[in-house]
Structures are given as C-alpha cells and as structure tokens.
Design a protein around this ligand. Structure first.
Ligand SMILES: Cc1cc2nc3c(=O)[nH]c(=O)nc-3n(C[C@H](O)[C@H](O)[C@H](O)COP(=O)(O)OP(=O)(O)OC[C@H]3O[C@@H](n4cnc5c(N)ncnc54)[C@H](O)[C@@H]3O)c2cc1C
Ligand code: SF4
Length: 549
C-alpha cells in the first residue's frame, strides 16, 4: 500500500510517556526556559492516556525526582509524597511458615528508608501535567511503529495507521499514521521496546554487552479492611511457592485509603515449561500469613509487565546517530532493589541535558556523544555497577545466590573485583517437557484467587477488533512443530492474559491467538523458545487502561 503521510517537525521527539521520557522532556524544557531558547518537543504515547500502560510496584527512590522538581515534597498535587515507607521486612516463606530475615543480612542498598510508596501511573500523569505547563506537546493514543532512518541516521518515527482491517485493507475509519521528524529522537518505550529492540540490532549497540535478561511482574491492587491496612508498611518475600532453581519473589505495599499493591516477579530464565507465573502469583496469596491481609477485601485492578534484570552487563551503548535509548528501553533497572524508576528518570534527565547542549551549540553533531559516559558516571550508573553481580549469582539457585549476594553486597559492598556473567538468554532456558514435572495448581476460589480471564477484565483492556493481529508469528509451523512438541506450548502458561490457547481440531493441535486480551507485557516476545513471536504495536489507544497501577 502506498500511503501519503502528513509530516510534523520538532527539535526533540520522545517515544513513550513513562518516567524516563517525561523526565527528558521536562528537563529539556526547563533548560529552554532558563536559557531563553525556543526548542520544540513532543512525546507520543501508545496508551489511551498517560499512565494507562504504566504498571509498577511501586516504591520510589526519590533521588531523580529531587533533581527534577525542587518542591515536589511539599506539593499538594504531587501523588508521590503521600506515603513514606515506615516499616519494612524481607521474609523467607515455606508453604505454611514465614521467617523474617534479620536486617544485618539485608544489603544496605535494599533498604527503603527515605523512599515512598506510590502508584507510578499516577506519578506519570502528574508529571505529564507539569510537562505540558512547560510547553511539552504530549500525544496519547499514538503508537510509534517505525523508525525513520536515512543515511544511517535516525530522523524520527512514524505513528501507526488507524483503520486497517484484519486483512490489511483500509476501512472507512482509515487514517494514515504521521511522520514525526526530530533533530533528536529519544526512545523511552520501557522494557523490550519494540522499536528500541530493532535499533539495538540496527546500530549494533549491544556489541560490547551481554544479552538482556528479564522477569515478568504481575500485580493486583486491593482494597482491604481498615484493620488490615497499615499505610507505609512494605514487605518482600522469597522462597515458597517457587523452588530453589526459580528466581523470584513477592512484594506487598500498603498505600493509603486501605489500598494494597501486591505482586509477584519471576525471572524469565525459569526452566520448567509447565510453570505458570500467573498461577504462582495466585498461589502465593493463599499463604496463611498473606491471605489474612486480604480477608474481606476486594481486588480492584490487575495487570502484568516484563522488567529488565540484566543490569550493567546487559546495558547496550545508549546513543546512535540521531537518537538514544532511555530507561528500561535500554535496561537501566537496578535488579536487587527491584527499582528502575529513579534510574530511568536519571537517564532521561541526562539525555535532556545532552540534547539541549547539542541544539544550543547548533553543532553539526548528530549523535549525543557524551550521553553514554555521563550516564555511566552518574549516581545511577554507579548504582548499576555495584548491583551487577546480584542477579547472575542466582543462576546457581536461591541458596547459592543468597550466599554469593551476601559476599558481594555485605562484605565487598558491590566493589568486588569480579563480574559474574548471566546464564543463557531467557528463551533458551526451558527444559524439554519430558524432563519436566507437571505442576498442579490449586483451583481458584473467586474471592482471593481468580482465573486469568476474570482478572484481565480488571485491566480494562480494549483493542479495536478489526485490525491486523499485533502478535506476529514469524514461522507459522513452529508453534506446533517446536513449542507444542517439545514444551507442551509454554505460551499457554506464561502469557498473563491467556492470549495463547491450543485447540484440538480432529485431534490436530492448533494455536489460537486472542490478541484482543493482550495487556502489552511483552513476555511472549521475550520467552518464545525460537523467538518466533514478534510483538508489534497495535492501533494507538488499544491495550490496558490501568488506573493507579
Ligand atoms: C511488577 C513491577 C514492579 C516494579 N516495582 C518497582 C518499584 O517498586 N520501584 C521502581 O523504581 N521500579 C519498579 N519497577 C520498574 C519500573 O516500573 C520501571 O523501571 C520504569 O517504569 C521504567 O520507566 P521507563 O520510562 O523506562 O518505561 P515505562 O515506565 O515502561 O514507560 C514506557 C512508556 O512508553 C509507552 N510506549 C511503549 N512503546 C511505545 C511506542 N512504540 N509508542 C508510543 N508509546 C510507547 C508505554 O505505553 C509507556 O507509557 C517495577 C516494574 C514492574 C513490572
Ligand atoms: S500476548 Fe504477549 S504481550 Fe500480550 S499479554 Fe500475552 S505475553 Fe504479554
């Protein structure tokens, strides 16, 4: 199809209105104001509104927010200052007991004194308002689907076409996507960004780093009885229901208004194809010390999202001609802290500085040449360096992982003279179904534990039905000849929204894809054993509509 597109031009284009993209836009515009410069910036966001696709724990380490806003701690409107962390614990669970791990065995970097319990979606909404006050143009409902590259330099992006039918033909609602050109374009799509992933390949940004590794995080928001609410209290758990060789654990954060954010993160290097991250999360809530918190309460929201776990070893080079990768699009999350918001924001702040400096000098540089070094030399880069050995230590299992982490973090304080490498990429970690034990998960009771489809309805997910499937199967034979035959179709279990189903028609197995339920977590793009599923952005505005996640 030969499509005529409108063109818009900006000095700076940002893809993604998460914490990293918004921090870049805000810092850039503040610098313009301070120096009396009139540079333009626009942010495109695939969610129907800012925050609609944001899912996080979340505990905020406020280091970067302090740099971006002087007065956020005293602001009535800023949602981040309402619930400081008051009490915290890390517990080891067995199937019916819970043991608190003494503080001296918990690395100081993992303590949360001075941090805040927040909804990251709400913080992003507030930041978007502040950005607009400074003159940033934000376009929710617009997904970037392609990078415009000319002469090996990034020139901007194309937003997705609207009104294309399932068969790929224009419908009566057809509206071609727009070309948005920028002198610089920053990619802030979050973990496993679909354009960022291609740019890493195209510009060979990963040539000096290891592959990225990931986890999947699932979360529910609950309203509980007042007697079970203790705003400011947080706990994390390790151990049950996971076995020794599976990396992961839970988080439970008491917000105000009797709300509790509860979730579970599992490393996507898990080995048993019968494992279901969703069911492990549901089972976790049935632990005697956990379920009592939810008695008489109600689940009000559900969602899931992949997160980067590779840290410093997996960080690609951050810039290329015409643009840069920010935050979790690059992989700046600090894994032992399970925190990536502050480091993502810091990468955005530094990128904002660098774009401003380059544009002000009117230099002929098409690349932000200092960005990578400045990030690595900042407090955020130093944090990632000190945290680097924790995640790969767990490739030896939970017990050895904890021992190595103690040595690395408590004795060497992150300054050990070695760097541990990650094991194989997540899509290569599954064992064959014949070597794996089937897992019988408990039935859901519909009160504390829920089936996936009921829970997905609590993510308010919506996609226009008549559009091409955004989950592209590259080789149509592999779902059966490889995934079904070798692993009993693990996509049926790792997808937190039940998008993939195997149906037997006349005893012939066939993969069915319910793409309208997709909550954009990106797990299938990461974990498919042959990298045969490609997630591409559906029509802008489609996907989950999270509130306060
Ligand atoms: C379960 C879970 C718990 C977590 N807990 C914590 C915590 O307690 N503390 C903490 O600090 N961090 C936590 N994190 C990590 C934290 O959420 C991330 O590090 C942070 O959100 C990264 O910010 P970002 O701006 O890089 O990306 P994101 O927050 O993912 O934002 C990316 C934005 O870009 C948009 N986008 C993506 N692709 C496109 C496209 N092609 N076109 C247009 N828009 C696009 C998305 O819709 C989204 O709004 C957690 C993550 C998870 C999943
Ligand atoms: S289809 Fe893929 S991206 Fe969508 S919810 Fe399932 S695993 Fe996540």
């Amino acid at each position: 199809m030969n499509i005529k597109r409108e063109r818009m031009d900006y000095d700076l284009v940002i893809v993604g209105a998460g914490p990293s993209g918004l921090s870049a836009a805000i810092n850039f515009k503040k610098l313009c104001k301070k120096n009396n410069k009139e540079f333009s910036v626009c942010v495109v966001e695939k969610g129907s509104e800012v925050g609609a696709h944001i899912l996080s724990g979340a505990i905020l380490q406020p280091t970067a927010l302090d740099e971006l806003f002087e007065d956020w701690r005293n602001s009535e409107d800023c949602p981040a200052n309402k619930v400081p962390v008051k009490k915290e614990s890390l517990k080891y669970l067995t199937s019916n007991k819970s043991y608190s791990i003494p503080n001296i065995f918990i690395p100081s970097a993992m303590h949360n004194k001075g941090n805040f319990i927040i909804s990251l979606g709400s913080l992003c909404k507030w930041m978007a308002g502040e950005a607009e006050k400074l003159g940033v143009e934000i376009y929710p409902g617009f997904a970037a689907t392609e990078a415009i590259i000319d002469n090996n330099t990034l020139k901007g992006i194309v937003t997705g076409d609207l009104g294309i039918s399932k068969e790929g033909t224009p419908t009566e609602n057809h509206q071609p996507g727009i070309e948005i050109h920028g002198k610089f374009t920053l990619f802030a799509e979050g973990c496993r960004g679909n354009i960022g992933k291609n740019l890493i390949k195209k510009f060979d940004l990963g040539k000096n780093s290891q592959h990225q590794t990931y986890g999947i995080g699932l979360k529910e928001l609950w309203e509980v009885k007042e007697k079970n609410s203790n705003p400011g209290e947080i706990f994390h758990t390790i151990g049950w229901p996971l076995d020794n060789e599976t990396y992961g654990g839970s988080f439970l954060y008491h917000l105000n208004k009797n709300l509790i954010s509860v979730g579970f993160v599992i490393g996507l290097d898990y080995k048993n194809p019968y494992l279901s991250p969703y069911e492990e999360f549901q089972r976790f809530k049935t632990h005697p010390k956990v379920k009592e918190i939810f008695e008489g309460g109600r689940r009000i929201s559900y969602g899931a999202r992949a997160l980067n776990e590779g840290g410093l070893q997996s960080l690609p080079y951050l810039s290329f001609p015409g643009g840069a990768l920010l935050g979790c699009d690059a992989g700046t999350l600090n894994t032992p802290k399970i925190k990536g918001t502050h480091t993502a924001m810091k990468s955005g702040i530094i990128a904002g500085d660098e774009v401003f400096e380059n544009l002000s000098k009117d230099s002929s540089n098409v690349e932000l040449l200092n960005f990578n070094t400045k990030f690595l030399e900042s407090w955020a880069g130093k944090e990632l360096k000190e945290a680097r050995n924790v995640r790969p230590s767990f490739k030896y299992g939970l017990k050895i992982g904890m021992l190595l982490t103690g040595i690395d973090q408590i004795i060497f304080r992150g300054k050990a003279p070695w760097t541990i490498k990650h094991a194989e990429p997540d899509h290569e970690s599954l064992k064959n179904k014949n070597e794996s034990k089937k897992i019988n998960y408990p039935k859901h009771d519909g009160i504390l534990t829920f089936d996936r489809l009921t829970n997905v309805s609590f993510s308010s997910t919506y996609h226009e039905e008549n559009q091409p499937c955004h989950l592209k199967i590259i080789d149509k034979n592999l779902p059966i000849s490889n995934n079904y035959e070798l692993y009993d179709s693990p996509e049926q279990r790792y997808c937190p929204a039940g998008v993939y189903e195997i149906h037997n028609e006349n005893n012939i197995p066939k993969l069915q894809i319910n793409s309208q339920n997709c909550i954009h977590c990106k797990t299938c793009d990461i974990k498919d054993p042959k990298q045969n599923i490609m997630w591409v952005a559906p029509e802008g505005g489609g996907g989950p509509n999270y509130t306060n996640m």
